[in-house]
Design a protein around this ligand. Structure first.
Ligand code: BTN
Length: 325
């Protein structure tokens, strides 16, 4: 069986967006016989694709298997750059490590690294990121924005808004953002974002944006130590969630919003971020490396810095902290 034809056939069926394509048309397009088309369809069904065969009309793709097959995701993409260059790894220590390597080897803006399993996933503040196999989205996006390094931190906030929009679009759930970059559902964390920088005297060479999204885990799939603070989209919605659609949607919003940020600044995105925030307008405790401050979270600045007012009336700019509410 010619694997390239099988993959191209799926792309063609995805692009048809639920309309039927006849066996004859597919045979003509791919330069193969109708019997060969039928054999490829059977092969795809064995791989978990659901394909309806409608009399006198042809084939309709009605469901994709729950894999992260990159050519399927690319057929779903509505982006110009993000994900057009996609590296899929069945298992790896961390997509951040793989993406750093690719960025040093001149991978283009928008390159994505995606894996089914991370054996050494990393979180903020050198923490471990638990990445259950085949249940989540573990990906890193390489961006090469032409902006000065001091404009880099806002990309974390821009990414958080993009992921929230994608979760809303695909599942209908209503996530909140906890400053700076945790995405919560019912007060529990479903997504973490880690932004790392490669820069030199000429400025930013690459931003490596790592996104870890708990999609189809059940409680027992999480490490016991995080079971009470972590959740997944499936646990909150009760349904299995299509990871391919979600990747495609995240990349779409991330491209839209990072382009908006670069072209017009942070103003509009700051408003969007604040509208999704669970932190702003609430009393919080900010745990930093050297001190802990308690006060009211009043907002974020144009630079994404959290503004915390302590009971003595002083306003503090918080650049990096763990927030408790
Ligand atoms: C956090 O601490 O909240 C950030 C977690 C970021 C996890 C993602 S998963 C994909 C990418 N690869 C990693 O090793 N980490 C990030």
């Amino acid at each position: 069986m010619n694997i390239t034809v099988t993959r191209k056939l799926v792309q063609r069926l995805i692009e048809a967006q639920g309309t039927a394509i006849s066996g004859q048309q597919l045979a003509d397009e791919f330069g193969i016989s109708r019997t060969a088309v039928w054999k490829h369809i059977k092969e795809l069904e064995e791989q978990g694709y659901r394909i309806e065969s409608v009399k006198k009309k042809g084939y309709i793709l009605s469901a994709l298997p729950d894999t992260l097959e990159p050519t399927d995701i690319q057929a779903l993409l509505k982006t110009g750059r993000l994900g057009q260059n996609m590296h899929f790894l069945e298992s790896c220590p961390s997509t951040q490590i793989a993406a750093h390597q690719l960025a040093q080897e001149d991978a283009p803006d928008g390159t994505v690294v995606l894996t089914e399993e991370q054996t050494a996933g990393r979180g903020r503040m050198a923490r471990r990121w638990h990445s259950a196999a085949n249940k989540g989205i573990w990906m890193s996006v390489i961006l090469r924005p032409d902006v000065p390094p001091q404009k880099a931190p806002q990309f974390t906030l821009v990414t958080a808004v993009a992921v929230v929009r994608a979760i809303e679009q695909v599942t209908g759930l209503k996530p909140e953002i906890k400053w700076p970059n945790d995405i919560l559902l019912n007060g529990k964390k479903c997504t973490g974002i880690l932004t790392e920088l490669q820069s030199d005297a000429d400025g930013i060479q690459a931003l490596i944006i790592g996104i870890g999204l708990n999609v189809n885990q059940l409680r027992e799939d999480f490490d016991p130590e995080v079971q009470d603070i972590a959740t997944s989209l499936k646990m909150e919605s009760g349904d299995d969630v299509d990871r391919k659609q979600l990747v495609s949607s995240i990349l779409y919003f991330l491209e839209q919003y990072s382009d908006l940020y670069i072209a017009e600044g942070f103003g509009m995105l700051k408003l969007m971020w604040e509208s999704y925030s669970s932190t702003i307008g609430r009393p919080v405790r900010a745990r930093m490396a050297k001190e802990t401050l308690e006060g009211m979270a009043e907002g974020i600045t144009e630079d994404g810095v959290l503004q915390l007012r302590t009971p003595d009336g002083k306003l503090h700019g918080i650049y990096s902290a763990d927030i408790e509410m």
